[in-house]
Design a protein around this ligand. Structure first.
Ligand code: UDP
Length: 327
């Protein structure tokens, strides 16, 4: 019988790719999502509308019998987290604690958790998992609190991978799944949107200590991220204890480089306008992902050109728009 996996936040951007990849790998997948920002159209399997803070509802669902959970549900906007830190603690931390409690009650001991490279203290070097943790935003702080809770619950038999994503980007090759946030805050979709409208991209600061002064990020294809989740779940179900792993490519690109790539991909001019720095931004976040490569036998298959090309194709013909919670 196929192992059953619950994907929380499976109607969201990364979650929908994970649910699809797990299904393709032979798992029976159920998605739980509160649909505050997710897209029912992005879910090909059974979808249960559920807020993780609804402990009773979660208990009923997990009581159906699951072998593992991939947990991506949560609020993701760094900027918003400065304005409403309490809400981030409530949704992200309380939701995750409710999930851990329900998993314990129902004997589900395999967890893949969606974490972030924003946990790391600023560094000029590529980041491995041993760099000091010093989140700069309430959003990242909630992810760290959840990682810590997971570490404690290991003592009760939980096995877990905390996957620290670098910058997820890109869309399905056939443009059947892609990124549709509202409001959109991520660089690649914003740059595509601006170029398509003939508007300038506002660059948030160009006086960072980086080669061209703009922030450097490690963009990793969402298809590669999804594959890492499948491998992590496989290993947990085979008895691996799990660990914290970086998911990135090891290659950094600056905001200006992304603007140039988008412009080339669309064959349209993209003017760049200087704006102020954005609160909570780190100058450079590039992964050293050798541990993930060793532990999960995972190497990203897609490069930056593929990411931008797939995101451009999705932008031309998105299958769904902003979710119910759209501003
Ligand atoms: N960025 C920018 N203009 C925008 C959106 C983003 O200059 O309109 C920059 C942002 O400051 C960061 C980088 O692009 O340095 C990537 O931002 P994104 O929000 O995509 O990801 P983050 O690294 O913040 O998770």
């Amino acid at each position: 019988m196929a192992a059953r996996v619950l994907v929380t936040g499976g109607a969201g951007y990364i979650g929908s790719f994970c649910a699809r990849a797990l299904t393709a790998a032979g798992y029976e997948v159920v998605v739980a999502d509160d649909l505050s920002s997710g897209h029912p159209e992005a879910v090909d399997c059974r979808l249960v509308e559920l807020d993780l803070r609804d402990r009773a509802g979660l208990g009923r669902l997990l009581g159906e019998g699951f072998d593992g959970v991939v947990h991506l549900a949560g609020l993701i906007s760094v900027g918003e987290s400065f304005e409403a830190p309490g809400r981030y603690v409530d949704v992200n931390v309380r939701g995750s604690l409710s999930l851990l409690d329900a998993m314990r009650e129902h004997g589900v001991d395999c967890l893949v958790f969606s974490s972030t490279c924003a946990l790391y203290a600023p560094s000029d070097e590529a980041l491995d998992e041993d760099v000091a943790l010093a989140p700069l935003s309430p959003y990242a702080e909630t992810k760290l609190l959840i990682e810590r809770a997971i570490e404690l619950v290991r003592r009760q038999g939980l096995r877990a991978y905390c996957l620290r994503y670098f910058n997820a980007a890109g869309a399905a090759a056939d443009a059947s799944l892609g990124e549709a946030h509202a409001p959109e805050t991520h660089l690649i979709p914003i740059a595509i949107e601006r170029a398509s409208r003939g508007q300038p991209l506002v660059v948030f600061g160009d006086d960072y200590p980086t080669p061209d002064g703009t922030c450097v990020r490690d963009y990793v294809h969402v298809l590669d991220l999804a594959e890492a989740h499948v491998r992590a779940m496989e290993r947990l179900l085979a008895g691996a204890p799990g660990e914290a792993l970086n998911l990135g490519t090891g290659r950094g690109a600056s905001v200006r480089e992304i603007a140039a790539l988008v412009s080339r991909c669309l064959g349209r001019e993209l003017a760049v306008e200087l704006g102020p720095r954005r609160l909570g931004d780190q100058p450079s976040l590039v992964a050293r992902a050798t541990r993930a490569s060793r532990s999960l036998d995972w190497t990203p298959r897609w490069g930056l050109e593929d990411i931008v090309a797939s995101a451009c194709a999705w932008h031309r013909a998105p299958r769904y728009g902003p979710g119910r919670g759209a501003a």
